[in-house]
Design a protein around this ligand. Sequence first.
Ligand code: P6P
Length: 335
Amino acid sequence: MNRIVTLDEFIIKRQKDFPYASGELTGLLRDIGVAAKIINREVNRAGLVNILGVEGSENQSGDIVQKLDIFSNEVMIECLANSGECCGIASEEDESIIPVNSIAGKDAKYIVVMDPLDGSSNIDVNVSVGTIFGIYRRKSDKKQLVETSDFYQKGDELVASGYVLYGTSTMLVYTTGKGVNGFTLDPSIGEFCLSHRDIQIPAKGNYYSVNQGYYSKFDLEMRRYIDHCADMNYRLRYIGSMVSDIHRILFQGGIFLYPNTRKYPLGKLRLLYECNPMSFIVEQSGGKAFNTKLKRILDEDVHDIHQKCTIAIGSPLMLDEMKQFVEKYQATTAQ
Ligand code: P6P
């Protein structure tokens, strides 16, 4: 039987990958692990403690806010603020950034971007949801409070990113730029244990993941590529939870698409705290992530913390295939 390696142990061991590491990032990742365990507990009890149900208010992206969204947001903010390693947070659930003003936190060197509970519309029907996070170094003078401009960093500048999938089991998957590793929560000991070392996305897969309901509203080049996926008998899998849909593709290969539509002319998903962190992970596993005009997601400029973007992400050979369709049919559209 292989020896159990907990998330804490793994993070501490990997700290030596960073010669100048002084332990702040290690501490921050461990605190995110704690928050994930607390959120997991409530997600698993959602049907029992009347935490279900729509809070009623709308978040910055116009989504109806579920009570579990608020709970998850508050837990993440509390754990990050108390970590002493985070000086500011940008969250899907908050219009503006959240400066950490505590003695320890306000001059910390990291900032965190997050979607505390992604796919929350699935909660009421017991379908998997997830937490997404990304960690950057602050750019502004650490003697001052963190500024919104600290968050206007490309995905390429991420120090670390990860997600937690609250599914049939609860998994935490993260990268610090030296590969991707997955940890499964063992409820009997309350620890995330290393279960998927050095994850490599398959070069190609048989899954495509897109909201087929918007097909007629996609641009020609996207429709033609989706037709190709169907012609190739790829299997359509769409859960409506970005973390769940991309998690499948990370392990089994495939492509996830959220193109622009009339309702979402710039795309629906948010660049800062959804697409960038997920793209960093997928690229680190050997995959690719572009917007549907073929610009690498991690190269996109960030100018608003709730900025939206289109995305195509997954197995490298399938992204290359999609690229050919965009180049072919986009040219047609342009003529
Ligand atoms: P649609 C969930 O609300 C979310 O932000 C992502 O997790 C998911 O991929 C997407 O929206 C689903 O959007 O328009 O297909 O319901």
